[in-house]
Design a binder for this molecule. Structure first.
Ligand code: BG6
Length: 507
């Protein structure tokens, strides 16, 4: 990898959790891996009262011991971190920001490239770019670049996402805007492109002729923690499905791009969103199941219900689980259902995609006395245990032709003796290098909202729309089985086993 161009990274929301837990450690990893330029500085901005020294103390422990062993230089990194106390919603702070940036430019010898990272509440996504523009900090004159990274959620529905895009595009150009979806930064998600498009064996099978259905699960074994206030206004559909899970759908379903250029890849992903059959408000019942976690003992510990979480109203009807059946109406996927589910307080933290292939056309063999029907599956494990597993039938040793399912199992960690880079490392580096491939484009974000809007509207209009409870530590409401059981299938239990009481147990 080449060193990157000199620049200053400005983080709005510098005292927040995201900056401390994800951004600073990711930047430190890049720094210790010598992927940042010599002339580089970080300016944190927030309303909390810090100076450079106290801010460095505040973030210090998040970088100790996390670097690459050769380049472990916490002090060298922290010395490049600065802080400006400022309310980003108040216009009067921006001249101070300009002054601070020109001081930093001089002291690091940086001519004029900036990245502004908006790790703030979404209410500031319009305000900050507008003021940066008004105070001439986003102008790319003299060939210096200015980029803005925007965290999710990008809008609350189609209308608000479109409006936000319009507001941003009135002060920036599309190629200056980097809308982050950290799932796209995961190595294993990018590996889906490579698995699909570098192997002759998969591509001929990757269509409606050979694939019966696709299952995508992203489960978490924890609850909303201290994020109840945010989460209750969001819910699983907005928090996970509209962005992360639909991106996974797009990568599994897209056509091969003509090259790996950002536009070519993002054009193909957009086409998938455009081809998803919209679920009308009247069809929501048959295609979407929502749930909320309820108090239960998990491994001997009492876990509280969602309604008892901090910041959550006691009668909240926000979903912490959602399962959706969707179809992609195009030539490749016509008639193939995609079952997508996500939830909190489920048995395990697992994200995986299961491609279920159609059975062989004729039953010749037996398994445990019954006719053996092949159920070949390709399981793409996004996290944990990153890897790919192929399930297929093999002859059981001995007389006759009994068949048993076996696994061909590749673990990513066996490929090289190196830690898999974290999503934020990859995404920050891409932005620094001006590569937006793994960031969501404005048109795609809007299309993804079009898919979820009718569901949100139905839930909003119909206060009696079922919200099923599920005990903490289970795979969600039983009613979700009806989505898939209609076709005599069952959800897979992600590469894991369940104990008799329905509680996840490690193999
Ligand atoms: C975030 C959601 O975008 O993704 C969280 O807001 C969720 O609610 C998280 O826990 C999951 O990300 P990951 O990378 O841990 O699967």
């Amino acid at each position: 990898m080449q060193r990157t161009e000199p620049h200053i990274l400005v983080i709005f929301g510098a005292s927040g959790d995201l900056t401390r837990r994800k951004l600073i450690p990711a930047l430190y990893k890049l720094y210790s891996g010598k992927l940042l330029p010599e002339q580089f500085g970080i300016l944190g901005i927030g309303r909390t009262s810090f100076n450079d020294g106290s801010y460095r103390d505040y973030i210090g422990e998040t970088v100790s011991g996390t670097g690459n062993s050769e380049g472990n230089d916490n002090k060298g990194f922290l010395d490049r971190v600065h802080y400006l106390e400022m309310d980003p919603a108040d216009e009067s702070g921006y001249p101070h920001l300009e002054t601070k940036l020109s001081e930093l430019r001089k002291s690091y010898g940086i001519p004029g490239n900036y990245i502004f990272y908006l790790a703030t509440p979404p209410s500031l996504y319009k305000t900050i770019p507008r003021y940066l523009h008004d105070f001439q900090m986003t102008s790319e004159k003299n060939g210096f670049w200015k980029r803005i990274i925007i965290e999710k959620p990008f809008g609350l529905d189609f209308g608000s996402a479109r409006k936000l895009n319009e507001q941003l595009l009135s002060v920036l150009s599309e190629d200056q805007i980097y809308r982050i979806d950290h799932y796209l930064g995961k190595e294993t998600v990018q590996n889906i492109f490579v698995t699909r498009f570098s192997n002759g064996i998969f591509e001929p099978l990757w269509n409606r002729n050979y694939i019966d259905h696709v299952e995508i699960t992203s489960s978490e074994d924890f609850g909303v923690g201290s994020r109840g206030g945010y989460y209750d206004r969001s819910g699983a559909l907005r928090d996970m499905f509209q962005n992360h899970l639909l991106q996974l759908v797009a990568i599994v379903a897209m056509e091969p791009p003509s090259s790996i250029s950002s536009d070519n890849i993002r054009n193909e992903m957009l086409k998938v969103f455009q081809s998803v059959r919209l679920i009308s408000k009247d069809e929501v019942e048959d295609n979407v199941i929502r749930g909320q976690y309820m108090e239960a003992h998990v491994r001997g510990e009492l876990q509280r219900s969602y309604r008892n979480e901090q910041g959550v109203p006691p009668a909240s009807r926000t979903e912490t689980y959602v399962a959706v059946k969707l179809y992609i109406d195009n030539w490749r996927w016509g008639g193939v259902p995609f079952y997508v589910r996500t939830g909190k307080r489920m048995p395990a933290k697992v994200t995986e995609i299961v491609i279920h292939f159609k059975p062989s056309p004729h039953t010749l063999f037996c398994n445990e006395g019954k006719g053996y029907e092949s159920s070949n599956q390709l399981i793409i494990r996004i996290q944990p245990n990153e890897g790919i597993l192929l399930k297929f039938g093999m002859k059981v040793q001995g007389a006759g032709y009994n068949v048993q399912d076996v696994n061909m199992d590749f673990h990513y960690k066996d490929l090289m003796n190196a830690e898999i880079p974290k999503a934020y490392e990859r995404l920050l580096l891409d932005c620094i290098q001006g590569d937006s491939t793994l960031y969501a484009r404005g048109d795609a974000v809007e299309e993804a909202w079009k898919i979820v809007d009718p569901i949100l509207q139905r839930w909003e209009d119909d206060q009696h729309f079922p919200l099923y409870g599920y005990p903490c530590g289970t795979w969600g409401p039983e009613q979700a089985d009806s989505l898939i059981e209609g076709r005599k299938l069952t959800w897979s239990y992600p590469s894991k086993n369940l104990a008799d009481d329905g509680i996840y147990c490690e193999l």
